[in-house]
Write a protein that binds this ligand. Structure first.
Ligand code: 5GP
Length: 218
């Protein structure tokens, strides 16, 4: 058999509470892997210091977000910590079709919506990973050390973190966060194994043509 196979892309949903380190992890993985893309989300929340439109998020007004939602431009969207967040279809579909892997850093509501998308390409591509902080104390420390939220926002995120964490068993994979290096190694291990699933491979046109020609030659 020829090894001229083409692999379909993976849609990797990554969730975990604010402060679990999931965004850093996804960014580190996609920066080092040319076949993996980070799906930049749209949000109605204001940019934090240093955040760039189109890079960290597409920052939209609520009105613009809602119009795009009505036009069906989102694969999923949800209200998180009082703001709207959503993944645009344009950030996902073409990459997967082209055999590239897409990482979506989204909340548990969004993950549930993606699991419910009635589309074979999405369902065959989908895997999900939950990033759990090692303990409550470390979670609070990580949130505090970002220094980007007010006390009120921090309290809301801590409260929401516990609700979010109660969903970890709905995910196929769980990574209990340790050091950045440990988290990245665990993440790479999952993606490496998933990339080797036989069901993701199909014979390319080239192989089909060659093997049928070979049979005729016999
Ligand atoms: P942050 O405001 O800290 O950047 O993100 C807050 C939360 O929104 C995070 O838990 C993150 O996973 C979630 N989030 C970011 N983008 C999306 C998205 O496109 N869809 C959904 N459902 N959640 C998102």
């Amino acid at each position: 058999m020829s090894s001229n196979l083409q692999r379909s892309g993976i849609l990797c949903v990554v969730s975990g509470p604010s402060g679990s380190g999931k965004t850093t992890l996804c960014r580190a993985f996609t920066a080092a892997d040319e076949n993996a893309f980070y799906a930049t989300s749209a949000t109605t929340r204001s940019p934090r210091e240093g955040e760039k439109d189109g890079d960290d998020y597409f920052f939209l007004t609520r009105d613009d977000f809602e119009k795009r939602a009505t036009r069906g431009e989102f694969l999923e969207y949800a209200e998180v910590h009082g703001n709207l967040y959503g993944t645009l279809k344009s950030e996902v579909i073409e990459h997967i079709r082209a055999g590239r892997d897409v990482l979506m850093d989204i909340d548990v509501q969004g993950a549930d919506l993606v699991r419910g998308v009635n589309d074979t390409i999405i369902q065959n591509a989908l895997i999900d990973i939950f990033i759990l902080p090692p303990n409550d104390e470390e979670l609070a420390n990580r949130l505090d050390s970002r220094g980007t939220e007010t006390r009120e926002q921090l309290d809301l995120r801590l409260h929401n973190a516990h609700e979010e964490m109660s969903h970890w068993q709905e995910y196929g994979y769980t990574i209990v966060s340790g050091s950045r290096e440990q988290d990245l190694a665990a993440f790479e291990a999952v993606l490496t194994a998933e990339r080797h699933r036989s069901s993701r491979y199909r014979a390319s046109d080239f192989e089909i043509k060659n093997s049928s020609q070979a049979e005729l030659d016999l």
